[in-house]
Design a protein around this ligand. Sequence first.
Ligand code: PAF
Length: 287
Amino acid sequence: MLETIAGAQVARTPAEVRAWTATMRAAGKRTALVPTMGALHAGHMTLVDTARQHAGAVLVSIFVNPMQFGPKEDFSAYPRPFENDCALCAAKGVDLIYAPTPATMYPPGFQSHVEVEQLTQGLCGAARPTHFRGVTTVVMKLLNIALADVAVFGEKDYQQLQTLKRMALDLDHPTAILGAPIAREPDGLAMSSRNVYLSAAERQAAPAIVQSLRAAQARVRAGERDAARLVAEMSAAQSAAGGRIDYVQIVDPQTLQPLEMLERSARVIVATWFGRARLLDNMDLLI
Ligand code: PAF
């Protein structure tokens, strides 16, 4: 039986989700899955908007996936305002929430994983070696449970999006993987559930990330093509604002391999710490 929480319908088991998907399909509706870890904000709501453009029925999953956190990462501290998430989904007209427990997702004896080998090696994968295996495993499970026509992921996690597209292609999953543009605060900071970790001073300083990316874009428009020079400039600007850089890299948008010179297309991808928040951002440089 589906529960109703803060006005939203909530499924707790794969069987409930599959029954819902079958009902929607029988009613002639396309379905869209928006996987999340909760702590929903306006950025997630733009994913729901994208989902709505492609489907008559939208399912949001809320699951803080232990498998994608490293031993020293913020799994237990990760915000879990579940009732508020349900209320936001209800107000947005989300048709169903899927909120499994860790024991439902990973019952005793669980031992199967999905790995995308090359795309996950660098960037976030360098500092978080087990992260993407956790993401691909949980997303493959969610895709298999939902059997939706499309699934929507934010471009803020650009490496994750490229990895999931590759996974669905390689493993012949019929759900189309769609990206949605980065949602930004008025001052440009990319929206993220981890922004709540920022102190007032860090919150004021953090837009230095997007400002440095925009400055790089302008330098490329003016003719700069040397990746090392651009990376040095972005890194200096972020450090000057108090950021602790994990990486700033200019890569090929499909292979995610580092570029030396910018030629056809290029994407800058950044992970920088402000206080205890590790913030991600990225941007097309040659547009
Ligand atoms: O991007 C996220 O919030 C998570 O990595 C995802 C895709 C929901 C998998 O847990």
